[in-house]
Design a protein around this ligand. Structure first.
Ligand code: NAP
Length: 488
């Protein structure tokens, strides 16, 4: 659903083709595009080939793989609200089942505006296109893109609508961040090594910083971003997911429900913001005109599709706590912004200083705390900062880094996040997808902030220039605690 859209072209179809290259698609695998534009099967195939040529990590299509992949591509011109189109879809799926031996198993991928999710779900149910089973001989599954709702109430409504037609184990709420290798590596790093877990708690950890910095603005997505903002777009989903993976307890098993049970516990332990904390521990910002990568760039309010007096935030920084046995008292600082100086996503765990300041007579700046930084993108890897003696007479100390880089340790390209996730949906593994209670717990954290902001129009927007590290108030949020944001 939505096969003519941006997501399908840039991510989904190239990811499926890449799975074909890696021999991970089953025999007879077929795709039916279901969208409004008028296409013959053949020009739909050509259109997608152009997309794969442009966006696949393997570069231009391999003729043999493409031809076999393209034999399974079909298009149905449709309107999501028209019951007749679902009847045509049922007929086409039936024909494909017989001609290509696909045996009736079906995944509905909703690469559509979020406003039509309930409608499509209802129509699929009415048309008899949903089997009651997520596994076994004959199954149907549904994948729903983010954003999943725009606040707690709308997410609950969406869940209710989906669950009227599908069982929870048939629903895959996608957050593509969870498909990234380095995000999954957080679990491996924490739970497959004996070294770090004993110190991964309030006795040894001073604070955690999670940064998702973007140098890009809003591209052509002004219409969407105006209604979303940085808090909904990035913090509600991706950043809270990074927080849960960093803070969760070891799951009893590596299955979908055991992992998600632990993640939900973290979200439930996040301390709700008090009236005072709203103004003291949360900062929002919006970029004005500035300079990035040698180019002048416009302010947010001058971007296409944006209200010239917009109060939508393009930057958020906040401090929160996970109030449980492991993390009580350890601040988690989260920041995300558009048009910051560089693109960088990392989780940095800062450890407490050595208990005895044996070297306190030395330059205080050299005695920086140990930091373990997990870099999600770009230059995926990890870095451990500690201090070492500078060679020479006497004692001089300097911070040094021990680095692990994915790219140089494994001479192999990582699959794209969507490849991993689409493959998991086909296998019926929902570990990397968000469960109903998880998404609602995320919104329970975010919605009170949105409500507080609604009553407090920002007076000073824009409050940071494009190409800088965000508003002054964000630096103050840290300096009040005697800390500073990491220079990523
Ligand atoms: N693009 C991204 O990078 C990205 C990243 C993360 C999440 N997402 C999410 O993915 C979803 C899709 O995003 P997108 O950027 O691909 O959107 P898009 O480019 O606007 O595509 C929307 C698709 O839905 C179809 N459509 C809309 N209304 C329809 C109707 N009434 N009947 C039939 N078809 C209809 C459109 O068909 P026609 O073109 O034929 O009208 C088009 O194929 C959104 O929920 C978005 O938030 C997107």
């Amino acid at each position: 659903m939505g096969a003519t859209g941006d997501l399908a072209h840039r991510k989904l179809i190239p990811a499926l083709y890449n799975l074909g290259i890696d021999h991970l698609l089953p025999h007879g695998f077929s795709i039916v595009g279901f969208a409004r534009q008028d296409h013959e099967h053949e020009d739909f195939r050509q259109d997608l080939r152009d997309a794969v040529n442009t966006y696949s990590r393997h570069g231009r299509t391999n003729a043999e793989v493409w031809n076999s992949f393209a034999e399974g591509l079909f298009f149905l011109q449709a309107d999501f609200g028209d019951a007749k189109c679902y009847k045509q879809l049922a007929d086409l799926l039936d024909r494909i089942d017989h001609e290509r031996g696909t045996q009736g198993n079906c995944i509905y991928y909703l690469a559509t505006p979020p406003t039509v999710i309930s409608q499509i779900t209802h129509m699929l149910g009415e048309a008899g296109l949903v089997t009651p089973s997520a596994t076994g001989e004959h199954w149907t599954r549904i994948v729903v893109e983010k954003p999943f709702g725009f606040d707690l109430t709308s997410a609950q409504t969406l869940n209710r609508d989906l669950l009227q037609v599908f069982h929870e184990d048939q629903i895959y709420r996608i957050d593509h961040y969870l498909g990234k290798e380095t995000v999954q590596n957080i679990l491996v790093f924490r739970f497959a090594n004996g070294l770090f877990e004993p110190i991964w708690n309030r006795s040894y950890v001073d604070s955690v910083q999670i940064t998702v910095a973007e140098d890009l603005g809003i591209d052509r997505r002004g219409g969407y971003y105006e209604g979303a903002g940085a808090l909904r777009d990035m913090v509600q989903s991706h950043m809270l997911q990074l927080l849960t993976l960093t803070a969760m307890e070891p799951p009893v098993a590596l299955d979908a429900n055991a992992v998600r049970d632990e993640k939900v516990k973290v979200l439930r332990a996040v301390v709700p913001f008090s009236e005072e904390a709203f103004s003291r521990n949360i900062v929002r910002g919006q970029y004005g005109p500035g300079w990035i990568g040698g180019k002048d760039v416009p302010g947010y309010r001058s971007e296409a599709g944006v209200n010239p007096e917009s109060s939508t935030e393009t930057y958020v920084a906040l401090k929160t706590y996970v109030d449980n046995w492991r993390w009580a008292g350890v601040p988690f600082y989260l920041r995300h912004g558009k048009r910051l100086p560089k693109k960088e996503t990392e989780i940095a765990v800062s450890f407490k200083r050595a208990p005895l300041a044996l070297f306190q007579h030395l330059d205080a700046n050299s005695m920086t705390p140990n930091v373990l930084a997990m870099r999600i993108q770009p230059d995926e890897g990890m870095s451990l900062k500690f201090v070492a003696k500078v060679p020479g007479q006497g004692i001089e100390i300097q911070p040094v880094h021990m680095d692990f880089l994915y790219g140089s340790s494994f001479a192999r390209q990582s699959p794209e996040a969507y490849e991993r996730l689409l493959h998991d949906v086909m296998l019926g593994d929902s570990t990397l997808f968000t469960r109903r209670d998880e998404v609602e717990a995320e919104w329970s954290i975010i919605t009170p902030i949105l409500q507080y902001w609604q009553g407090q129009q920002p007076s000073a927007f824009p409050n940071y220039a494009a190409g800088t590290w965000g508003p002054e108030a964000a630096a103050k949020l840290m300096s009040c605690d005697g800390r500073s944001w990491r220079q990523v």
